[in-house]
Design a protein around this ligand. Structure first.
Ligand SMILES: CC/C=C\C/C=C\C/C=C\C/C=C\C/C=C\C/C=C\CCC(=O)N[C@@H](Cc1ccccc1)C(=O)O
Ligand SMILES: [Zn+2]
Ligand SMILES: [Zn+2]
Length: 475
């Protein structure tokens, strides 16, 4: 895509000491509000209400700007409509979520809702998932408005409050509302992948992976009912034993490796130049070395998730008393479906592995993998992300399309656009990956400032009049 043409003003992303201090204090304040979601019926509504008040206080300019409309949807989600000056430009949407997963104090270096700053890092639940994005988006807009910025291209900011528990009251309602208003979006940018550093052996340089799809998912309940009785005279098989054997068969039988189908091949081909010899030759010739690369990817639990549908046993329940053989045993398996498979295909495979009619299957939730968004030279959203990555992170040589192994609220917006990109402009190392939904989640003050700067530039870059030009490699 060519550089932005006809941009009358470009507001430089320079911020005063006072502004930088205020922005990190604002993120700390956001972390301190425990907006935890446990289940769709159990979210911390008091904290969500407080969070709504908090953003009004911290970003006053956004709330008083005449060309910005703010609406509360589903009681605690927020939708901002930023009216651009040129209605001929198709709007886009930035997304983030305010809720976080639970964080019991155990194992944390500092309390998870303290928002403490230590050694240049802000600590706490939500610093990477996903209050960093939420606060950086609003902060960037607030600072642009203070500098009298008026966007050309309209955009929406959608902040869900229940992403961690399905998005049914936040994202789904916002999506339905925008659809009813006849909105069609040029593209969406949500959380998802990162600038990855240290995930692949021999690859010394970081690379940006923009997720152009995300895996599907199934929450599957397995249940076995057997005759209960006295533990002093047990039958040969019990509900617990039958279910445990079924689960064990599933754990011992990974679903097929789907390497070669979906966006992963493109990711690897685009990364080939970053590898030293002979890995670069291997990746450039996947027609020959595909089976080798596929086997290597299976060996690591993160890259394994990129090549196949994964199964995680997340809940197991049976029995109420030590000397009673229980009538029922239940387990929940969370499956994440590879882009080349469907819910139906995966259910078939799982049933064949279990191969025991006494095990009943109940699908609790299920959705297919998300469609693959365009990443070619004419894909406006992808190219704007690429352009902004290259200017804010000049040390990153490769920007590649990939898949998101987790799920995001953006999956509820396929009715509004075919171009959904899941990308956080933040470096992620393997230990950071484990902190997401784990312990000691933290973000460096510098990384947060850079994320805010990225969005500050991105919003301005999105004002381009030019459609991306095909077949030009340089921006
Ligand atoms: C060739 C490429 C080689 C290597 C790539 C290396 C690594 C890729 C690894 C990691 C990718 C990086 C980051 C992914 C991190 C997090 C996942 C992203 C978003 C997930 C957000 C989330 O947690 N969502 C929940 C939402 C949910 C809740 C309830 C029901 C359904 C969904 C989730 O997915 O569970
Ligand atoms: Zn998230
Ligand atoms: Zn999450």
């Amino acid at each position: 895509m060519s550089r932005v043409k006809g941009r009358e003003q470009h507001i430089p992303s320079h911020f005063s000491q006072g502004e930088r201090f205020a922005m990190k204090e604002a993120l700390k304040g956001a972390i301190q509000i425990p907006t935890v979601s446990f289940s769709p019926d159990d979210i911390n509504t008091t904290a969500q209400a407080e969070f709504g008040e908090f953003i009004r206080t911290v970003f006053p300019t956004i709330f008083k700007t005449r060309f910005i409309q703010h609406e509360v949807i589903g009681e605690y989600s927020h939708l901002f409509t930023v009216q651009g000056s040129d209605p001929s430009l198709q709007p886009y949407m930035l997304m983030a979520h305010s809720d976080v997963v639970p964080a019991p104090d155990e194992g944390w270096e500092v309390p998870p809702f303290s928002g403490l700053e230590h050694d240049g890092f802000i600590h706490g639940r939500g610093t990477l998932d996903n209050k960093n994005s939420l606060m950086a988006i609003l902060q960037a807009l607030e600072l642009l408005l203070i500098r009298n910025y008026i966007p050309r291209r309209s955009f929406f900011i959608a902040l869900g409050h229940d992403e961690e528990v399905s998005g049914q009251n936040g994202a789904q309602k916002i999506s339905a509302l925008l659809q009813a208003r006849g909105v069609k979006l040029a593209f969406i940018v949500d959380e998802g992948n990162f600038i990855l550093d240290g995930f692949i052996p021999y690859l010394k340089k970081p690379f940006a992976m923009i997720a152009v799809s995300e895996k599907g998912a199934i929450d599957l309940k397995l249940q076995v009912n057997m005759t209960p009785g006295h533990s002093s005279a047990p039958p040969k098989e019990t509900s617990i034993g039958i279910l445990a054997a079924a689960i064990s068969r599933l754990e011992q039988t990974p679903l097929p490796n789907m390497f070669g189908s979906g966006p992963l091949k493109t990711t690897l081909q685009e990364l080939a130049n970053e590898f030293p010899f002979p890995a670069n030759i291997v990746l450039r010739n996947l027609w020959l070395f595909g089976p080798l690369v596929s086997r290597l990817m299976e060996r690591n639990y993160i890259t394994n998730a990129l090549v196949r549908t994964t199964m995680a046993l997340t809940m197991f329940n049976a029995g109420v008393k030590m000397n009673v053989i229980p009538p029922m045993a239940q387990a929940i398996i969370n499956l994440r479906i590879h882009p080349a498979q469907t819910v139906q295909e995966v259910l078939e495979l799982v049933k064949n592995i279990v191969a025991d009619d006494r095990v009943q299957f109940h699908v609790l939730t299920a959705f297919d993998p998300l469609p693959v968004s365009p990443s070619d030279h004419q894909a406006l959203g992808y190219q704007l992300l690429r352009q902004t990555i290259q200017s804010i992170f000049p040390e990153v040589n490769t920007v590649a399309p990939g898949i998101c192994i987790g799920n995001t609220d953006s999956r509820h917006y396929t009715n509004l656009t075919t171009s959904i990109y899941r990308f956080n402009p933040v470096y992620l190392h393997p230990q950071d990956f484990r902190s997401i939904h784990g312990i000691n989640e933290k973000i460096s003050v510098q990384a947060y400032e850079t994320q805010m700067k990225f969005i500050f530039e991105f919003i301005q870059n999105a004002d381009t009049y030019q459609e991306p030009i095909p077949h030009l490699h340089e921006l």
